[in-house]
Design a protein around this ligand. Sequence first.
Ligand code: TXA
Ligand code: MG
Length: 316
Amino acid sequence: MELMGTNLAYATEALCKGQLVGIPTETVYGLAANALDARAVARIFEAKKRPAFDPLIVHVADMAEAQKYCSHLPDLAFRLAEKFSPGPLTYILPKNPLIPDLVSSGHPTVGIRIPYHPLTLALLRQLDFPLAAPSANPFGYVSPTTARHVLDQLGPSVAYVLDGGPCQVGLESTIIDLSGTEPRVLRLGGLSLELLEDAVGHQLAVQTSSSNPKAPGMLVKHYAPGVTLRWEDDLPAQVPVKTGLLRFSSPHPDFPANRQWILSPSGDLAEAASRLFAVLRDIDREQPDLVLVEHFPETGLGRAINDRLKRAVQSQ
Ligand code: TXA
Ligand code: MG
């Protein structure tokens, strides 16, 4: 049996046996296990070398399914789901006892997401359990946006990777916490803050700092390739010969063109977002001595791109 392909029956069988399967979503690839089986979920933590204080997102096919695992669903969850689900938005909701504590890391809440990908939605519909799935990368490294990335990094841990092609959005889902009195954003991601605030009807508090105990996965160290990254406007007095640049739409005139990674020549933030993680991997492979990164426009998906770059820069 090939380790990667579009065989839903094979993926289903593996998941039913408590094994791990890589799944495509519109954001990034996930490393999935039966969310109701704590032993299967434990394998995710083991494979990723992920600390157990970092809770997992539970993926379901629709809101009716989500309702089975929450003690309460506020009206706002239904309103947002009508607009944005399936899609790149995760809801933090009060959980019920069906969700093992390992999934929620002991929190009274659970992250619920309905991913927008035909293969994964078909898989979720034919399973009689939801899928716990973090991004399918080793802890502290950039998220995978192709099936090949998953196999390259976690191959020995997965029974199979469902290959749904390259991820269209390319950044992890936006996380909104609906478990408190006021909604707040815990992670900037594939759904822009503007669209979310427009749907909610007012400005949202954004609490994505690395010390926020509500989203412990948002650690500074995340998204770091094994190369030194610095902001372009924080240029050191002397740059090494092998310096590369990561830019939005146009090359920097003072550097050689062959060392510049341009995410979207047409200036499209969605395109830039979809390419960011694959380009960080390319940079990691090339191993320049230093990479200077540009600040992206702080609007739409540019905000989430800046968030990821900031974490990559700060972690060094
Ligand atoms: O786009 C995505 O969300 C991808 C795909 C696979 O769905 N998944 C993903 O999972 O990015 P992961 O584990 O890499 O990031 C999940 C984030 C972590 O920062 C975690 O702390 C937060 O969600 N999270 C999960 N459950 C939570 C909860 N109950 N309360 C607060 N934060 C939670
Ligand atoms: Mg992750």
